[in-house]
Design a protein around this ligand. Structure first.
Ligand code: ADP
Ligand code: MG
Ligand code: MG
Length: 254
């Protein structure tokens, strides 16, 4: 079934048009990758999906599970299962990671009419999930992301995803800056969490992550829209030939 449907989306920031007619459909059970050169609008798109207030949608529509996503507040989107890894890497001094996760988890549970967990039960629940990202339990008691290394923040993102069980997970450059072990751990986490009922949108400049997570579809974004789509072989072709090759094929791209 259809999880996300984006039709002719246009958006701007501070009066500057960034997205220029983006179309995308994602069904349950699918893993999609969006690739593209720097500045093509990938992060803009992911932030608009999450409801970032800096961006203004000027046209088109986004349906999430048949609902008008653009009418939902960012918090409601999160509770409804839209997860943007980028939403949470902020440091929150004084709030332990485990408390933060429990608050987010319980908000999601409430939304889906499922029981909330108290601190003790949540502790058991979260400890079971730590293995997925090979995370030391000591991280749970530290303040959210405070003093975490880049790799630890990314593992923490996957942990958040494991706990919140999103219906649509958007991972924007989750692979950037990871050493090979952390990349494998993150990739294993993604593979473990991908189910027939959810969908993953991996946004990445390089195809490195796609050596470990096989996407069903690869899209190339350029100049604020998706200009080419294919299967995983497209990612390999891009790695080999670069993005200029796509640009040369499409005279509409300035
Ligand atoms: P990508 O993630 O593909 O590298 P972005 O979505 O980050 O691309 O950026 C797309 C374009 O939007 C770039 O030209 C960038 O400079 C511009 N842009 C993004 N965020 C802002 C902002 N906060 N203010 C002004 N311009 C921005
Ligand atoms: Mg980006
Ligand atoms: Mg799968």
């Amino acid at each position: 079934s259809l999880i996300l449907s984006v039709q002719d989306l246009t958006a701007e920031i501070e009066g500057k048009p960034i997205l220029k007619g983006l179309n995308l459909e994602i069904k349950s059970g699918e893993i999609h990758a969006i690739m593209g050169p720097n500045g093509s609008g990938k992060s803009t798109f992911s932030k608009i999906l999450a409801g970032h207030p800096d961006y203004t949608v000027t046209g088109g529509e986004i349906l999430y599970l048949g609902q008008n996503l653009l009418e939902m507040e960012p918090e409601e989107r999160a509770r409804a299962g839209v997860f943007l890894a980028f939403q949470y890497p902020v440091e929150i001094p004084g709030v332990s990671n485990v408390d933060f996760l429990r608050i987010a988890y319980n908000a999601r549970q409430k939304y889906r009419d499922q029981p909330e967990l108290d601190a003790l039960d949540f502790d058991d629940f979260v400890r079971e999930k730590l293995g997925i990202v090979k995370m030391d339990p000591a991280f749970l008691d530290r303040s959210v992301n405070e003093g975490f290394s880049g790799g630890e923040k990314k593992r923490n993102e996957i942990l958040q995803m494991a706990i919140l069980e999103p219906t649509l997970a958007i991972l924007d450059e989750t692979d950037s800056g990871l050493d090979i072990d952390a990349l494998r751990t993150v990739a294993n986490g993604i593979n473990h969490l991908a189910t027939p009922d959810n969908a993953m949108l991996l946004i990445t400049h390089y195809q490195r992550l796609l050596d470990y997570v096989t996407p069903d579809y690869v899209h190339v974004m350029e100049g604020g829209r998706i200009v080419t789509s294919g299967d995983k072989t497209l990612a390999l072709e891009l790695e080999e030939r670069g993005y200029d090759w796509i640009r040369d094929q499409d005279p509409a791209i300035a």
